[in-house]
Design a protein around this ligand. Structure first.
Ligand SMILES: *Cc1c(COP(=O)(O)O)cnc(C)c1O
Length: 368
C-alpha cells in the first residue's frame, strides 16, 4: 500500500551530517552560540540577504521574542491574518497584545492591504502579515499604512524561506521577519527558527531574550527566557542549506507537473503568488470550489489511496475557541479567508516526490 505524506523532511546524507558534527566530539561545546551556530547565522545572513539573523530554538519563539523585543505597549492591537498556523496569533496573545483579524486576498491568501486602514484604531501598535504558502504579501502597500500610522511591522515569513519578489529577498521586509526551520518546512534544522532585521539594537534585545538576559558571567540585562538553537540543530542547518537550491528545483518540477494537469480544470483553482515572485514551492495549495467533489471528499479519497494532504489552514485562527469572541473574529468580517479555509487542500510536496506519484494523484482527482 502506498504511503505518501503531505511533505517529507529534507535530510542531508548520513555521512555528511556525521562529518559536520565530528568536531563537537573535540570541543564538547554543544549549545550556547557555538561554532556551528555562528556559521549558520553568517551563512543565513548571506543567503537571505539581510544585515542581521539571530537564531532561535523554533520559529514560534523567534516570533514571540521578536514581538517582545519591540517592546510594544501591553494591551495594544496587532492587525494580522487569520489564514495561518496557530503560532502567529498565539505569539501576539502571549505578548499581552490583542489580535485584530484582517481579511486576505482571494488570489494568493495574503493580507488584503486595502482593508488595513479601516482596522487601525488608537490602540493599534503593529501589523503582523503572513507570507502564507510562501506567497509574498504586498509589502509596499502594507508599509504605506504602517508609516502613515507609526506602526511596527513584523512579517511571519515561516513559509517564505528563500523567496524573492521583484528581485529583492522578502526577508528584508518590515522591522523584522521571522522564519521557521521546523522539519516540515522547506528548509529545516529539525526544530529551529530565526528572526531577521536591519537594526543592531533590536538584534541585541532578541539575543538577550533568548538566553535569560545574560550578557556576561555577572551581568543579567533583562527578564529573558531560553530559546537557543543547539549545535546539533545548527549543524543540520549547515548541511541542509547546501542542498536548498536542489530541494527548490525538485519542488519546482513537482509544482509544474501538478499545474500542467490541474490548472484549467473546472472547479479547481490554484493559489499562486503574484507575478514577479521567485517562489520556494513550500506548499501546493489547491482550492476545490464547485468541483464535483468537496474538499473533504477529495481529502478522504486521496487518503484512501495512500496520499496525505492538509487543510492548510482550516479552521482559521479567528475561529479557535481562544479567539472567536474577539470583536474582529466575527466570520462576516473575513469572508475571503473563510472561503479559502473551507475549500483549500495542500497536496503532497517535496523535492523527491516521484513524478509517477504526482500523476497517480492527479488521475484519482480527475477520473470520472
Ligand atoms: C511553522 C509556522 C510557525 C512556527 O514555527 P515553528 O518552528 O513550528 O515553531 C509560525 N508561523 C507559521 C505560519 C508557520 O507555518
Amino acid at each position: 500500500m502506498r504511503e505518501i505524506w503531505v511533505t517529507r523532511a529534507a535530510m542531508p546524507g548520513y555521512e555528511e551530517y556525521c562529518a559536520e558534527i565530528r568536531s563537537l566530539w573535540d570541543s564538547h561545546w554543544l549549545t550556547n552560540m557555538g561554532e556551528k551556530h555562528r556559521r549558520l547565522q553568517e551563512n543565513l545572513e548571506a543567503f537571505l540577504g539581510v544585515p542581521h539573523v539571530t537564531l532561535f530554538a523554533n520559529g514560534h519563539l523567534a516570533l514571540e521574542n521578536t514581538l517582545a523585543a519591540l517592546d510594544l505597549p501591553k494591551g495594544g492591537e496587532v492587525i494580522t491574518s487569520p489564514l495561518t498556523f496557530a503560532s502567529t496569533t498565539h505569539a501576539i496573545a502571549r505578548n499581552g497584545l490583542t489580535p485584530v483579524f484582517c481579511d486576505v486576498r482571494a488570489e494568493d491568501g495574503t493580507l488584503d492591504a486595502d482593508q488595513l486602514e479601516a482596522l487601525v484604531t488608537e490602540k493599534t501598535v503593529a501589523i503582523l502579515p503572513v507570507h502564507v504558502y510562501g506567497n509574498p504579501c504586498d509589502a509596499a502597500a502594507i508599509d504605506r499604512v504602517a508609516r502613515r500610522h507609526g506602526l511596527k511591522t513584523v512579517y511571519d515569513a515561516a513559509h517564505a524561506f528563500g523567496v524573492r519578489y521583484l528581485g529583492a529577498p522578502v526577508a528584508r521586509y518590515g522591522d523584522a521577519s521571522i522564519f521557521s526551520f521546523h522539519a516540515t518546512k522547506v528548509f529545516n534544522t529539525v526544530e529551529g527558527g530565526a528572526s531577521c532585521c536591519g537594526d543592531a539594537g533590536l538584534v541585541r534585545r532578541m539575543d538577550d531574550l533568548k538566553n535569560f538576559g545574560i550578557r556576561g558571567p555577572e551581568e543579567v540585562a533583562c527578564v529573558g527566557g531560553n530559546a537557543k538553537l543547539s549545535e546539533f540543530h545548527a549543524a543540520m542547518g549547515l548541511c541542509n542549506l547546501r542542498h536548498f537550491e536542489a530541494e527548490r528545483a525538485g519542488r519546482a518540477g513537482v509544482a509544474k507537473r501538478y499545474a500542467r494537469q490541474l490548472s484549467g480544470v473546472p472547479g479547481i483553482r490554484l493559489l499562486t503568488p503574484r507575478a514577479g515572485t521567485e517562489p520556494n514551492y513550500a506548499y501546493f495549495p489547491v482550492l476545490f470550489e464547485g468541483f464535483r467533489l468537496t474538499r473533504d471528499e477529495v481529502s478522504d479519497r486521496l487518503a484512501a489511496a495512500g496520499f496525505g494532504t492538509r487543510k492548510h489552514f482550516f479552521p482559521l485562527t479567528s475561529d479557535f475557541d481562544c479567539y472567536r469572541r474577539l470583536p474582529t473574529a466575527d466570520p462576516c468580517r473575513t469572508p475571503v479567508a473563510h472561503r479559502i479555509a473551507e475549500h483549500v487542500l495542500s497536496l503532497p510536496m517535496y523535492g523527491e516526490l516521484p513524478p509517477e506519484e504526482v500523476d497517480a494523484l492527479c488521475d484519482i482527482l480527475l477520473e470520472g
